[in-house]
Design a protein around this ligand. Structure first.
Ligand SMILES: [Zn+2]
Ligand SMILES: [Zn+2]
Length: 243
């Protein structure tokens, strides 16, 4: 599996950057994970809309799905141009319904609802989903292929489910939306100290940090994550990571 970072910011992008979006390539197939605002223009620098095999959406906040609304037009165009006849397979939560119906009802989208503990074979990879606590239903996801495991946290509050779900993963892509000083009780995300602790508890081999708040100094985020997981790095846009 090869992971390319298309976008890593949330809940809005840094100028010239993109919100959450990752391209997972396996066996010649292109699986896109999340498509936040700013991602489509960057994604189209790497492949045509017709070349996306499957899209997986962790949850339906705009910083994870906003550009799917525009992707619908690109899919329509790829049909007209004869580049793609089959609808795009999209895995997504059923809620919130307003957002899910905007995606599911489109003629060039073949929607599959994600549920807790669901498993699926996606482009030859064994995938498991796990519901995380967030402001809306949000799913962590685990991709297994060729004896390697890649886990993406999606958006989540601190919880006891994620570490066992990610246990021993070769790569954990983990959100760290806040610095600890900015976290308020009941906030819908982990802070960077909690993100590092989850990676430590999960004993993952490698950790990349994402969901970067664009106004933060990146070193401040890393310093907090590294209190528990010293080898953590921030994921970098356009960079490719071998799992
Ligand atoms: Zn987010
Ligand atoms: Zn969110």
């Amino acid at each position: 599996m090869k992971l390319t970072c298309i976008g890593r910011y949330g809940p809005y992008p840094r100028a010239g950057g993109s919100c959450s979006c990752y391209l997972l390539r396996y066996n010649g197939k292109n699986v896109v994970i999340d498509m936040g605002c700013g991602s489509l223009t960057k994604l189209l620098g790497l492949l045509r809309a017709a070349d996306i095999d499957t899209l997986v959406l962790s949850h339906l906040h705009a910083d994870h799905m906003g550009d799917v609304l525009t992707l619908r037009y690109a899919l329509d165009a790829s049909k007209k141009m004869g580049q793609r006849q089959q609808p795009l397979t999209v895995y997504l939560p059923a809620q919130p319904e307003t957002e899910s119906s905007l995606i599911s009802a489109h003629g060039m989208i073949d929607a599959h609802t994600i549920t807790d503990d669901m498993t699926a074979n996606i482009c030859g990879m064994d995938v498991t989903f796990s519901l995380m606590p967030h402001a809306v239903p949000s799913f962590a996801m685990k991709f297994c292929a060729d004896g390697k495991t890649f886990v993406y946290s999606g958006d989540t509050k601190e919880n006891d489910k994620l570490a066992p779900f990610a246990y021993g993963a070769d790569l954990l892509l983990m959100e760290a939306a806040y610095l600890s000083r900015d976290k308020t009780p009941g906030a819908p995300h982990v802070d960077a100290i909690e993100a590092g602790r989850i990676a430590l508890d999960a004993q993952v081999k490698r950790m990349l940090v994402t969901h970067i708040f664009p106004e933060y100094n990146e070193n401040d985020i890393l310093n907090e994550v590294r209190e528990s997981f010293p080898s953590a790095k921030l994921i970098e846009e356009t960079q490719v990571y071998e799992v």
